[in-house]
Write a protein that binds this ligand. Structure first.
Ligand code: ADE
Ligand code: ZN
Length: 336
């Protein structure tokens, strides 16, 4: 019996390109780290924390996400967070992950930048032992000002060999990409690739700004591109990858339910779509949970899922040799 489309999609090797490491903090780890660091979380237990994950929009999620990050204090905490994510990703046949971190969330609490990066890179080293390769992307928080981003970039400079790219996240509405035009020009001068969250809650015009002003190589989310045919046509023409996060979009009320998601319209238009989990501890699951939710709604065939995996490799920053190897591994699963 050949694998069903769902079995195939769960089993196929794939890359995850939109994942906030702080968004992988599961309640059990949050309470364990709180105990380890002598911190009292404002929730009685894991169940109470879980119950707080009832979001109405992006901001309602970010408020909880930033509050929980307070338990992350030491290098070991960041390493444990990273290795826990990579173990879960490995179980879902993720072979490569390009991972966001939000240094400002930590440095604002007095945690040194180096503690964060050293811990995360130690976790990535443990992930390599499992066979999962990874890259690190520093995200600037767009609700903060340009001066804050400049200060963060200065702190990042000694660690540039461990930072593979730069992104832009946090509250989108009212914070257009152009706010950070000069910071990203400097980032590009360092030779680092740029990505940006755009068209999640913000309008399609923010996608255009991310491309034209920041020179973003990928758009994180981009799901509102369907509201402007010219923007969608451009994304298709220029083969700009979209890192779509289906469960996130439903949990943050970007779409009322999965069947209303713009994914089929993006795919039909020919956009280079990838599937990702964004903040899996907050939105109901990791890579294969997203795949199950999408499959439940859209019943894609195996060829469509294989294309999603190929897109994830094509959109990644991995070397040609690694990508060719994963493509071959994918073909082996296609033959199952
Ligand atoms: N930070 C973590 N998750 C995010 C999201 N979905 N959008 C913007 N900023 C984020
Ligand atoms: Zn995100």
């Amino acid at each position: 019996m050949p694998l069903s489309a769902l079995e195939f999609a769960c089993r196929m090797p794939k890359a995850e390109l939109h994942l906030h490491i702080e968004g992988t903090l599961e309640p059990d780890l949050a309470f364990r780290l709180a105990r380890r660091n002598g911190i009292t979380l404002p929730y009685a237990d894991e169940k109470a924390l879980h119950a707080a994950k009832n979001f109405t929009d992006l901001q309602s999620f970010l408020d909880l996400y930033y509050a929980c990050a307070d338990v992350l204090r030491s290098e070991e905490d960041f390493a444990d967070l990273m290795s826990a994510y990579l173990e879960r990703a490995h179980a879902d046949h993720v072979v490569h992950a390009e991972i966001f971190f939000d240094p400002q969330t930590h440095t604002a609490r007095g945690i040194p930048f180096g503690t964060v990066v050293r811990g995360l890179t130690e976790g990535m080293r443990r992930g390599r032992d499992l066979g999962v390769s990874s890259r690190l992307i520093l995200c600037f928080l767009r609700h903060l000002g340009e001066a804050d981003a400049w200060a963060t970039l200065a702190e990042a400079e000694p660690y540039l060999d461990q930072i593979d790219g730069f992104g832009l996240d946090s509250s989108e509405r009212g914070h257009p990409p152009a706010k950070f035009a000069r910071v990203f020009a400097r980032v590009r001068a360092f030779g680092k690739p740029v990505v940006a969250h755009a068209g999640e809650e913000g309008p399609p015009a923010y996608i255009v700004e991310a491309l034209d002003v920041l020179n973003a190589r990928r758009i994180d989310h981009g799901v509102r591109a369907v509201e402007d045919p010219a923007v969608l046509a451009r994304l298709v023409r220029e083969r700009v990858p979209l890192t779509v996060c289906p469960l996130s979009n439903v949990r943050l009320c970007v779409f009322p339910n999965m069947t209303a998601h713009s994914l089929p319209r993006l795919l039909d238009a020919g956009a280079l779509v990838t599937i990702n989990s964004d903040d899996p501890a907050y939105f109901g699951g990791y890579m294969n949970d997203n795949i199950r939710a999408v499959q439940d709604a859209f019943k894609w065939d195996r060829a469509t899922w294989a294309q999603i995996a190929r897109n994830s490799f094509a959109a990644s920053w991995a070397g040609a040799g690694d990508r060719a190897r994963w493509e071959r591994d994918l073909e082996a699963v296609v033959a199952m």
